[in-house]
Design a protein around this ligand. Structure first.
Ligand code: MOS
Length: 759
C-alpha cells in the first residue's frame, strides 16, 4: 500500500465547502433563534452615566437589551489566570464584558440588543442612548519612532504577570563594544510596521443555546476546549456542562484563539432569554473586537567585517497595545536572535500602552514584523559591503541555535537558498540598484530568509474500527481551513494500515479527546504524534484479537508476525493466512473496537535540539513609474518544514502566507485617529490583496524528515510562509529603484514621496 503521508491529497472537506454543505458556527439551524447586535462605545475613555434602552426595547421584535446594569454575573477571567493557565485557556483582554461603567477604549461593548431578526436587533442597537462622561484618553502619539522607542516600557519591568521571558530579552557577548570596532561596517536604522487587522472570510461569531444548566456553544474558534474552559469559568459551571462545537472555520490566523467578549455575551444573552442567541461580529467590529497586529517600532543595529561576517546585532522593538493586554509583538525573538551566527547579540522588547482595543496574535506574531526589519537591515548591509544578499546569509548561517547553545533538530536552510536561487534564476541578477528595466518597468529582485520556532503540545485521540473495515478517529483538534482534517486522515490511515478513504476524522468539538489550540504552527506536529500512537494501538488490539481468538486462522501466532494490509490482517510470509477486520470483530463478538492514546509534548523529542523551521523567499517586483505602484510579479519560496505530510495543502499554506506578506508590504495599514479609532475599518478602505495583486507563487519544500522532533518527521507549515516576505518585497523595491523603504506598506503615496525615479 502506498503510504498516505507525502501524497498531495485533495482536501477532504473541499466538496462540502464548495457546495455549501459545510456549516460554520453561526449557521447551525436551531429552533427559535434570537439575533443579537452589539452597541460599542464611541469614546475612548470615560464613565457611563446612564443607558436609556427604552426606545430600543419598544421596537418590534426586541426581546432584551443587556447592559452593565442587568447582565448576569460573570466570574472574572483575571490577568493572573491568563498567564499561569495558558495551557487551559487564553483570554483576549483582561476586562470582562459589560463590567461596570468604565470605558477603556473606543469600540468597547456597552450593550447587547437581542431581537427576533438580525435587522431588528441592529436597528434597535442604533437607538440605545448611552450617556458617557468623557475623560481624557491616553492615545499614544507614535509619529516619531525614535521617541516611541525611547519612552516605551521595557518588558523586563512588567510585573510577574507580564509576558517578559528569556525569548524576549536576550544578550550574548558585548554588542556595544562590537558595534564600535573600527573598520566594521555598521547598519543603524529604524523600521516601522503598521497596525494590521484580521480579515478572516468568516467573521467571528457565536451561537449559544442553554438546556437547563448546561450550554452548547457553536463558536468560530481555533480551540473548542479553551473556549469551553473559559466559558465554564466565567459562568461558574463545571467544565463538562459547557460544550463548544466548531465544525469548520473560515480562516482564523490567531483571531479565534483567545476567548473574546462577544462569546461570553452571546452565552449570557441566551441564558437571559431562554432561547438560542446568535451573535456574529460585523466586518467593522473585527477592527476592534478580536485583536490585531499592533504597530511596531524597531531599531536594528548590525556590524560586520569586510567579508560579511556579523560581529554585532542589536534589535529593540516596541509595540502598541491596550492597558488591558500584555501583548508583546515579539519582533526580535527569532530572526535576529537565532537565525544567524553572531557572537554579540542583544534583543529586547517594550510596550506602549493606551486606551485602545487590545492587540493580539495575527499569523506569525512577532516574526512577521521582526523579519521585515531585520531582513531589510541585512539587505542594507549587503549593499554597503557590496556582497550578494544570498552569499551574506550563507556566510552567516548559524550551525547551532547560539542563543540557547542547542543543536537544530534539523536545518536545511542552505538547501532553501540553493534551490530557491536556482528556480528563480538569481544568478542572472545585476546587483546595481535601479538599472534593470523591461520597457518602462523598473524591475527589482529581492530575497529574505524565514524562520519560525517549532512547538508540540499534549493531545489525546481515540480510534474506532467497525465491522465494515472503516475507522473513525476522534480528537478535539481544529481545522482552520488549512487542510488539517486531510493531513490528520493521512497520518491516521498510515498508522492503521488503511486507505485514507476508509478513515473519518472527527474534530472541532470540546466533547472529543483533549487537544490544544490550533495555532502557533503546532497542530501538525502535536496531532500527528497522537494519531500515530492511536493507530498503532488499534493495530495491536486487532492483532491481539487475531492471535487469541480460537476461530482465527492467525490463532497462536506471535503478534509481531501479524501484518495489516488494507483492512486485512495477514501472517508475515504467509499471506494466505489472513482475516478481515470484519471477521475479527465478529470473532470478538464486537460491533466495533475502540482504543485511546495520549501524547505529551516531550514525547519523541530530542530535548537537546531546537525544532525551528526555515525557508527562503526570492521574488521580483515591477514598477511602472507612470503608474507608481509596486507589483509583485514572480515569487519562489522554498521551505524546510520537516517531512511534508501533504504537499498540496502545505503549499497552499505557504502561498497563503506569501499573499499575507504582499498585503503587509504593499497595502495593509490600519490608520488610527486621535481617539484610537481605526478610520479605514472596512474592506473598501483597508486593502488586502485580491487576485489581481497576486502572481503565481512557486512553492517547494526541502522535505527532509525531522525525526528529532516528531515521529512523522513533520514540523509546522502555518506561520512561516509570511515571514520575510515583506522584507523581500522591500529589498526588491530597493533593487528596482535605489530607494530604501523602512516603513511599510510601500504605498503609491510613499513611492512618490520618496522620489520614485520618473520615466
Ligand atoms: Mo496563529 S497567530 O494562531 O496563525
Amino acid at each position: 500500500m502506498t503510504p498516505a503521508i507525502g501524497r498531495p491529497l485533495d482536501r477532504i472537506d473541499g466538496p462540502d465547502k464548495v457546495t455549501g454543505r459545510a456549516r460554520y458556527a453561526v449557521e447551525h439551524p436551531l429552533e427559535g433563534i434570537l439575533h443579537a447586535a452589539l452597541v460599542r462605545s464611541v469614546v475612548p475613555r470615560g464613565s457611563i452615566e446612564s443607558i436609556d434602552a427604552s426606545e430600543a426595547l419598544a421596537q418590534p421584535g426586541v426581546a432584551l437589551v443587556l447592559t452593565h446594569e442587568n447582565r448576569p454575573p460573570l466570574r472574572p477571567l483575571t490577568e493572573g489566570e491568563v498567564d499561569s493557565s495558558f495551557m487551559e485557556m487564553v483570554v483576549g483582554e483582561h476586562l470582562m464584558p459589560l463590567d461596570g461603567r468604565e470605558i477603556h477604549y473606543r469600540g468597547q461593548y456597552v450593550a447587547v440588543v437581542v431581537a427576533e431578526t438580525s435587522e431588528q436587533a441592529h436597528h434597535a442597537a442604533s437607538l440605545v442612548r448611552v450617556d458617557v462622561v468623557e475623560q481624557p484618553a491616553a492615545i499614544p502619539d507614535t509619529s516619531d519612532p525614535a521617541l516611541v522607542l525611547a519612552t516605551a516600557l521595557p518588558v523586563e519591568s512588567l510585573d510577574e504577570e507580564g509576558s517578559a521571558n528569556t525569548m524576549l530579552t536576550h544578550r550574548r557577548g558585548d554588542p556595544t563594544m562590537a558595534l564600535g570596532v573600527p573598520g566594521s561596517t555598521v547598519v543603524d536604522a529604524l523600521y516601522t510596521t503598521p497596525l494590521e487587522s484580521h480579515c478572516t472570510l468568516e467573521t467571528p461569531g457565536t451561537l449559544a443555546t442553554w438546556a437547563g444548566d448546561t450550554v452548547t456553544v457553536y463558536d468560530a474558534t481555533q480551540w473548542t476546549q479553551g473556549y469551553q474552559r473559559g466559558i465554564a469559568k466565567a459562568f461558574g459551571l463545571p467544565v463538562e456542562d459547557v460544550r463548544v462545537i466548531c465544525d469548520h472555520v473560515g480562516g482564523a490566523f490567531g483571531a479565534k484563539a483567545p476567548l473574546w467578549a462577544h462569546s461570553l455575551l452571546a452565552v449570557a444573552a441566551a441564558k437571559e432569554c431562554g432561547r438560542p442567541v446568535r451573535l456574529p461580529l460585523t466586518r467593522q467590529q473585527m477592527f476592534t473586537a478580536t485583536g490585531h497586529r499592533p504597530p511596531t517600532f524597531q531599531h536594528v543595529e548590525l556590524a560586520a567585517r569586510e567579508d560579511g561576517a556579523l560581529t554585532a546585532i542589536r534589535h529593540r522593538s516596541a509595540n502598541v497595545t491596550s492597558f488591558k493586554s500584555n501583548m508583546v509583538e515579539a519582533a526580535a525573538r527569532t530572526v535576529s536572535r537565532v537565525l544567524y551566527r553572531c557572537p554579540n547579540v542583544e534583543t529586547s522588547h517594550a510596550l506602549v500602552r493606551g486606551d485602545l482595543p487590545p492587540a493580539s496574535w495575527l499569523r506569525a506574531p512577532g516574526e512577521a514584523p521582526g523579519s521585515f526589519a531585520f531582513e531589510t537591515a541585512l539587505d542594507e548591509l549587503a549593499a554597503a559591503i557590496d556582497l550578494d544578499p544570498v552569499e551574506l546569509r550563507v556566510r552567516n548561517d548559524a550551525e547551532i541555535n547560539e542563543a540557547e547553545g542547542r543543536a537544530w533538530s534539523g536545518k536545511h536552510l542552505r538547501e532553501c537558498y540553493e534551490i530557491g536561487a536556482g528556480r528563480f534564476g538569481w544568478g542572472d541578477r545585476d546587483a546595481r540598484p535601479g538599472t534593470t528595466r523591461d520597457g518602462d518597468d523598473l524591475v527589482g529582485w529581492g530575497m529574505s530568509s524565514a524562520a519560525y520556532f517549532g512547538m508540540k503540545l499534549f493531545a489525546s485521540a481515540t480510534a474506532t474500527i467497525r465491522q465494515d473495515g472503516r475507522a473513525v478517529v476522534r480528537l478535539a483538534a481544529q481545522d482552520l481551513g488549512t487542510g488539517a482534517r486531510t493531513i490528520f486522515t493521512q497520518v491516521a490511515a498510515d498508522a492503521m494500515g488503511l486507505d485514507p478513504s476508509a478513515v473519518h476524522v472527527e474534530l472541532g468539538d470540546s466533547a472529543l479527546p483533549r487537544a490544544w489550540i490550533a495555532g502557533g504552527s503546532a497542530g501538525t506536529a502535536t496531532n500527528s504524534e497522537v494519531l500515530l500512537r492511536v493507530g498503532t494501538a488499534l493495530r495491536s488490539r486487532l492483532a491481539e484479537i487475531a492471535v487469541t481468538s480460537p476461530g482465527s486462522s492467525l490463532y497462536g501466532l506471535p503478534p509481531s508476525e501479524i501484518q495489516h494490509v488494507d483492512g486485512f490482517l495477514t501472517a508475515a510470509g504467509d499471506p494466505g493466512r489472513n482475516e478481515s477486520v470484519a471477521a475479527l470483530l465478529r470473532l470478538a463478538g464486537a460491533e466495533e473496537v475502540t482504543v485511546k492514546a495520549d501524547s505529551e509534548p516531550r514525547d519523541g523529542i530530542l530535548s537537546a535540539a531546537d525544532p525551528h523551521s526555515f525557508g527562503a523567499h526570492f521574488l521580483e517586483v515591477r514598477i511602472d513609474p507612470a503608474v507608481p505602484r509596486v507589483r509583485v510579479t514572480r515569487v519562489v519560496s522554498v521551505m524546510d518544514i520537516g517531512r511534508v505530510v501533504n504537499p498540496k495543502t502545505a503549499a497552499s499554506q505557504i502561498s497563503g502566507g506569501v499573499v499575507m506578506g504582499i498585503g503587509m508590504a504593499l497595502t495593509e495599514e490600519g490608520l488610527r485617529d486621535r481617539d484610537g479609532r481605526v478610520l479605514n475599518d472596512n474592506l473598501a478602505d483597508y486593502a488586502i490583496p485580491v487576485h489581481a495583486d497576486v502572481c503565481d507563487i512557486d512553492v517547494s519544500f526541502v522535505d527532509e524528515a525531522d525525526r528529532n522532533f516528531t515521529e512523522t518527521g513533520a514540523r509546522g507549515a502555518g506561520e512561516i510562509g509570511v515571514i520575510g516576505v515583506a522584507a523581500a518585497i522591500g529589498n526588491a523595491v530597493y533593487h528596482a529603484t535605489g530607494l530604501r523603504f523602512r516603513t511599510i506598506p510601500i504605498t503609491p503615496q510613499r513611492l512618490i514621496s520618496a522620489g520614485l525615479p520618473s520615466v
